[in-house]
Design a protein around this ligand. Structure first.
Ligand SMILES: [Zn+2]
Ligand SMILES: [Zn+2]
Length: 339
């Protein structure tokens, strides 16, 4: 019955407010795009409509491969997700560790008012989630092995809300582990310090802060609608145009704007770039888009080949270092014997 699970998994992505492409968020994003194009770009309603539903974007080779990757990755998710450590398992392990270390007394802050505990937990979960996304994304760009995987996302030359799912399944695993780790860590630390009053403020089952970001048009980051914020606001929140710039091939835009929701981390760690007009950007990895750029072979198999190549190279370097170390020890030993 795996195909029933497969279809319900696809359906869930559009019907569950916990998912980024929940139809409610998509409709609100379309509304925001209309407002932007009519009020800011002075387009007529008709022009705005054809700009938003641009055939050249949604029927491009790049977008078509986004749709295929989305479907194929749902199959991977079905088989891989039961193998991953759940957040509850991580929470239990950390909770027991905290009791063992016993730096503070367990439930030391349990007399705090419930309102404060819930508020603090909601903000903490969001901040930890966002900062770990920033660092994992940054490593994805800096480490060649991880870049081989993340390149799949950056090979998109047109952006649609489904591009967020244009990822190699191995990158999916890295991010799932990150999610389980952050949620497990926050739950265990808070239950340890604050006792059983720990809870999240949610709307439709979603952290209220994440929900706010989603109804503020988070889907437009992967779109061709280059909404820009005021300069001061782009220091705090990533605007859609700032993430679109993250996809640009221009050298000045490399390794900029890794943030998911907050631009604050980019600002603090020196990777912030303010938005520019999206029309001036060329998106992709290196501008050499060809017939095979969006093939399933390029998106699924090639990254594995690159990872094997890098691993072999690393092993060779390691082998040379071990040999050199061995020779040095041998020479020292001979020198000692001669004395
Ligand atoms: Zn990236
Ligand atoms: Zn992206």
């Amino acid at each position: 019955m795996w195909f029933l699970d497969f279809f319900s998994n696809i359906f869930e992505h559009f019907s569950d407010p916990k998912k980024r492409i929940f139809l409610g968020y998509i409709f609100i994003s379309i509304g925001i795009a209309f407002f932007w194009l009519i009020l800011q770009k002075k387009l007529s309603l008709r022009q705005a409509f054809w700009k938003i539903f641009d055939k050249k974007v949604f029927f491009s080779k790049s977008s078509k491969s986004d749709y295929s990757v989305f479907i194929i990755n749902r199959i991977f998710t079905l088989f891989i997700s039961p193998l991953l450590l759940t957040q509850m398992a991580i929470a239990t392990i950390i909770f027991h560790l905290l009791h063992k270390i016993d730096l503070f007394n367990a439930s030391v802050f349990s007399n705090f008012s419930k309102v404060w505990i819930v508020l603090l937990f909601t903000v903490f979960v969001f901040i930890l989630d966002d900062i770990t996304k920033y660092f994992v994304h940054r490593w994805m760009h800096k480490w060649p092995i991880l870049w081989s995987l993340h390149k799949v996302h950056h090979s998109a030359t047109k952006l649609t809300p489904l591009t967020i799912y244009r990822t190699h399944p191995l990158e999916g695993i890295v991010f799932s582990l990150r999610g389980a780790f952050t949620q497990g860590t926050s739950i265990s630390i808070f239950v340890y310090l604050f006792g059983n009053s720990v809870d999240l403020i949610t709307i439709l089952g979603v952290n209220i802060i994440v929900f706010t970001f989603n109804i503020a048009g988070s889907n437009l980051r992967h779109s061709h609608i280059g909404i820009r914020y005021w300069t001061w606001l782009e220091y705090i929140f990533i605007s859609p145009a700032q993430h679109q710039l993250h996809h640009s091939i221009a050298e000045a835009h490399h390794n900029k704007n890794f943030g998911a929701s907050l631009a604050l981390w980019d600002w603090l760690f020196g990777s912030l770039h303010h938005s520019t007009e999206i029309e001036s950007l060329t998106l992709g990895v290196d501008g050499s888009e060809n017939e095979r750029s969006h093939s399933l072979h390029t998106l699924y198999i090639k990254p594995l080949g690159e990872i094997i190549f890098y691993s072999v190279e690393k092993l060779k370097i390691l082998k040379i270092s071990i040999c050199q170390f061995g020779i040095r020890i041998q020479n020292k030993f001979y020198a000692l014997v001669k004395q």
